[in-house]
Design a protein around this ligand. Structure first.
Ligand SMILES: [Zn+2]
Length: 324
């Protein structure tokens, strides 16, 4: 990232975009790929290897001289007579900013305690004039993409012992309930914002949990709320051991802390949908970037940094969904 800051100061606007695009995004992509893939990606980026058509999947495409306004190389497919670039078919295709910038804005907003105006200012420092309303629109569109991508990755990886609890979140001046579940190792199983704390919400959350996890647990630990007993019996089955533990809060409170701290500076959410979208994406991203310790051994800072960098760039590449 430092690379594109220094380049920004030296070069003109259009060159800057090219430098940013290849220097940041493409450079990061390389580290995730095998040697063969690296060579192929490198040649594609130089326009020396042709890409398959996203419309008809034909591989006999030709390179065009013309680049898009964001410096994406364009290609032509004689099969279907259509033109395309690396971004064609991705959710970011119609945007007037590079995919990396959009993703960075959305992930910054989800990861750090930044307002829409803060993110707009940070991007302005790097030469992008973007209104805070645009950042809001990007969050609206792409936060669900982040949640869905990360949620699908977790399928089948849940432990056998699940812990369920709710925490209160203020939405439109009223308290709403964020249902959250973690396993014994503290990994997120799922989260769901609900207007009420009742049997219907408990059942809905349990169905969602099983759907995300893809398997049933052996043990479930909940607070003393009576709605859970029947809901677990009906949705999860009679074989699961249901424990109602008064000390559960200790484990869950720690897990709730991060969402609480993230939303305090926001002074609550305006409406239910945006709150639900944000909480879900925030929880997923936090869980994904969490450095997991083995046997409670502290993770060294260098390992932590390495894990973070690898995961962050892998996520950016995956979400971008560009053709390769
Ligand atoms: Zn085609």
């Amino acid at each position: 990232m430092s690379c594109w800051v220094t380049k920004d100061n030296r070069s003109s606007g259009s060159e800057w975009v090219i430098t940013f695009y290849f220097g940041y995004s493409f450079g990061k992509v390389l580290s995730e790929l095998s040697v063969g893939d690296r060579i192929a990606s490198f040649l594609i980026s130089r326009g020396e290897l042709l890409m398959s058509c996203p419309h008809c999947l034909s591989t006999s495409t030709s390179k065009r001289k013309h680049r898009t306004s964001l410096a994406y190389r364009t290609f032509f497919c004689p099969g279907c007579g259509r033109r395309f670039n690396r971004r064609t078919g991705s959710p970011f295709n119609d945007l007037q900013f590079p995919t990396d910038v959009v993703l960075l804005a959305v992930l910054w907003r989800l990861r750090y305690k930044l307002s829409f105006r803060d993110v707009a200012e940070l991007l302005l420092q790097r030469g992008f004039v973007i209104s805070y309303e645009t950042i809001r629109a990007w969050e609206f569109r792409f936060a669900p993409l982040v949640s869905e991508n990360l949620r699908s990755k977790r399928r089948g990886s849940a432990g056998v012992s699940w812990y369920l609890d709710e925490t209160c979140i203020k939405v439109g001046g009223q308290w709403r309930y964020l249902y959250r579940a973690i396993d014994r190792a503290g990994n997120l199983l799922d989260s769901m914002l609900s207007e009420h704390r009742d049997k219907h919400a408990a059942r809905r959350f349990l169905r969602r949990l099983l759907d995300t996890a893809g398997e049933k647990p052996l043990r479930m630990t909940t607070d003393k709320h009576p709605a859970y007993t029947k809901a677990i019996r009906w949705i999860v089955g009679r074989k699961v051991l249901h424990r109602q533990n008064q000390y559960l809060n200790n484990r869950m409170e720690q897990s709730h802390r991060s969402i609480k701290q993230r939303y305090y500076p926001m002074l609550g959410f305006q409406n239910f949908e945006s709150a639900s979208r944000f909480c879900s994406a925030f929880d997923e991203l936090r869980n994904y970037l969490r450095a997991r310790s083995v046997d409670d051994e502290p993770v060294p800072a260098s390992t932590r940094r390495e894990i973070f960098t690898g995961k962050w760039s892998a996520l950016m590449t995956e979400l971008a969904g560009e053709i390769s």
